[in-house]
Design a protein around this ligand. Structure first.
Ligand code: PRP
Length: 182
């Protein structure tokens, strides 16, 4: 995407790397959930591209649903306060859930979501995140499936934004600090 090239410091994960890793995650989930019919839940908005690619690499009967949350974080990190903006459409009672996120950072979002969804009595919950920044964690939460562990840099693309821009980049890039005043 020519419009964004001047703003990107470095490409962290190329389109090819993303394709390979997402296919591997899909294959792993396919093996782990053999004989089951999981419900795959996309946490909007950042996970929409990962969700689209991941679900197409899962060779199982499955259903999809979407939930949108917002956090009251200031600037580039989330706070502990999260709320549901758009809830799931279906009941999850007795279902095997796979929550799909683009990035696991402080863990505040997934900690909140996991507790809310657990109260609805699913059979199981697992978390699949494309990106993980383990050193930023504030809550005791780990993903069951991780695409890439990444350093503590401001990343955009493949669904991830800065001020709602750059979600349509086909790769994951590190944003130049001067773009976000860093
Ligand atoms: C991002 C990301 C996760 C959350 C992770 O969402 O999609 O939901 O932050 O951060 P945490 O682990 O510190 O809670 P964001 O609030 O940027 O919204 P978006 O998905 O609409 O981009």
């Amino acid at each position: 995407m020519a419009y964004a090239e001047k703003d990107i410091l470095e490409v962290l994960e190329t389109q090819e790397a993303l394709r390979e890793r997402v296919a591997a995650l899909g294959a792993q989930i396919t093996a782990d959930y053999a004989g089951k019919e999981p419900i795959i839940i996309s946490v909007l908005r950042g996970s929409f591209i990962f969700m689209a690619d991941l679900t197409r690499s899962i060779d199982l009967p499955c259903t999809v649903d979407f939930i949108s949350v917002s956090s009251y974080g200031v600037g580039t990190s989330s706070s502990g306060q999260v709320k549901i903006v758009k809830d799931l459409s279906e009941s999850i009672e007795g279902r095997d859930l796979i929550i799909v996120e683009d990035i696991l950072d402080s863990g505040n979002t997934l900690d909140y979501l996991r507790n809310v969804l657990m109260a609805r009595k699913p059979a199981s919950i697992r978390i699949c995140t494309l990106l993980d920044k383990p050193e930023r964690r504030e809550k005791d939460i780990q993903a069951d499936y991780v695409g890439f562990n990444i350093p503590n840099a401001f990343v955009v693309g493949y669904g991830l934004d800065y001020a709602e821009r750059y979600r349509n980049l086909p790769y994951i890039g590190i944003l130049k600090p001067e773009v976000y005043g860093g």
